[in-house]
Design a protein around this ligand. Structure first.
Ligand SMILES: *Cc1c(COP(=O)(O)O)cnc(C)c1O
Length: 420
């Protein structure tokens, strides 16, 4: 069982909402720090462990800064994320650019920042050289094809658009060597939101074997093996969190077994965890606007799928707490909806909850990763503020809510009809 807790009382949230009206996402600084410390502890055996926080999970420089204080770098997959990383003070090889279908300006910015570049395709070697020049440390993303099974977010590796085949991988390293690159890493990311220990160990084993093959065939002594992200979180109350210590121990064993005989036990372990760092440390707080009874019972919130896409996009479960009714019996069944003109704009369907009243504050759990980040403006919906519950108990606004002016800012209005 995972404990679906929320660090604030109803009274505290009411106080916060006077200054920062709902809806908003709120992140718990202490919980984020604890999450990365647990990850680092699981890999304390490694000669070096690097966490490149996957910025796309929570693209906010304040969050990147907190993780940086804990030793993390960033994993960027767009030019905007490179700028956010730079703004948070994360530069050089603390950045790993793992993007795909990459435009030239993004490669240029990454090279300018001194980032490690992780190429998604063999053709990108020449594209990178032509448009940005070669970085001093290059990595390739391996796609193991049908050697491994995925789950329903990333799908089967053979069908995933990412990475190079094994044959291409060897050819690509040789090409880069011929172009004078001397420092290399290896990357893969094949699992997503995975809770079971075995998947991580299996992937690591595959990668360590590949590292020894690279040494044998091309004389490449890798500087790091990056196992990607994909550490899941227990969205459902009955799920268990990933046993990070078991993952760390299993990977350590695979590391010694595969890399030991090849004399490669100085290779650093890298990860690009996003979800597991910030996901459980964030909540979407929303107020009940309407209650509607037709063929079903609906609770309408002041937020919508623009604030949290995952239920509509993946049918994902997000636990809901009604503040002040934590101990009340869940003897009502509701669809909890947003206001977007899309019938799948539902945060929960047929959810057993306590009796809900208009004005109640609802907390949607585990929204710290891929929550606000996935927001969009369809239907003219505006994205919410992001708040930080600091370790000293204070509340910091780390992103203001969008306004209609933001929404209209890119439009060219005819004449002066929309002045003022
Ligand atoms: C999304 C992503 C991650 C982070 O995945 P999580 O599931 O959030 O840990 C890491 N690396 C790459 C390349 C990604 O696309």
């Amino acid at each position: 069982m995972s404990n679906k807790s929320f660090p604030l009382s109803k009274e505290q949230v009411q106080e916060i909402a006077k200054k920062y009206p709902t809806p908003f996402h709120i992140y718990d600084e202490h919980a984020i720090r604890e999450n990365i410390r647990r990850l680092k502890a699981a890999f304390a055996w490694a000669p070096e462990f690097r966490e490149h926080f996957a910025v796309k999970a929570t693209p906010n420089p304040r969050i990147i800064e907190i993780l940086k204080e804990e030793g993390a770098g960033t994993d960027c997959s767009s030019i905007a994320e490179l700028y956010l990383s730079e703004a948070a003070g994360v530069t050089g090889e603390k950045i790993m650019l793992t993007s795909n279908d990459t435009p030239a300006d993004e490669f240029r910015k990454a090279v300018e920042l001194g980032a490690i570049i992780n190429l998604d395709d063999i053709t990108h070697v020449e594209y990178l050289e032509k448009h940005a020049g070669m970085p001093s440390c290059l990595s390739f993303r391996y796609n193991p094809g049908n050697l491994i099974e995925g789950n329903d977010i990333i799908g089967k590796p053979v069908e995933a658009k990412y990475g190079l085949t094994k044959n291409q991988l060897f050819e690509a390293y040789a090409m880069a060597q011929a172009k004078g690159v001397k420092r290399f890493g290896l990357h893969t990311m094949v699992i997503s939101n995975e809770l079971r220990t075995e998947g991580f160990i299996y992937t690591a084993t595959l990668m360590f074997r590949l590292a020894t093959e690279l040494k044998e065939r091309l004389g490449i002594h890798l500087e790091f093996v990056n196992l990607g992200g994909g550490i899941g979180i227990p969205y459902l109350p009955e799920q268990e969190p990933v046993d990070l210590d078991a993952v760390g121990k299993g990977i350590h064993q695979a590391y010694e077994e595969s890399l030991g005989p090849a004399g490669l036990t100085d290779i650093a372990i890298a990860m690009e965890s996003g979800r597991a760092m910030t996901g459980p440390a964030g909540w979407l707080v929303s107020t009940v606007l309407h209650e509607k009874h037709t063929y079903k019972n609906y609770i309408g919130l002041d937020s919508c799928m623009a604030n949290l896409m995952r239920p509509a996009l993946y049918g994902a479960y997000h636990h809901i707490t009604v503040l002040g009714k934590e101990d009340a019996p869940c003897d009502h069944v509701y669809d909890v909806t947003g206001s977007l003109c899309e019938n799948n704009d539902k945060f929960a369907i047929d959810r057993r909850l306590p009796k809900i009243d208009i004005g109640d504050l609802l907390v949607l759990h585990d929204t710290g990763a891929h929550g606000h980040a996935m927001g969009f403006n369809y239907n003219g919906k505006l994205r919410s503020a992001e708040l930080l519950l600091c370790e000293n108990g204070s509340i910091e606004l780390i992103r203001r809510a969008e306004t209609l002016d933001d929404y209209f800012a890119t439009l060219k209005f005819p004449g002066s009809r929309m002045k003022g």
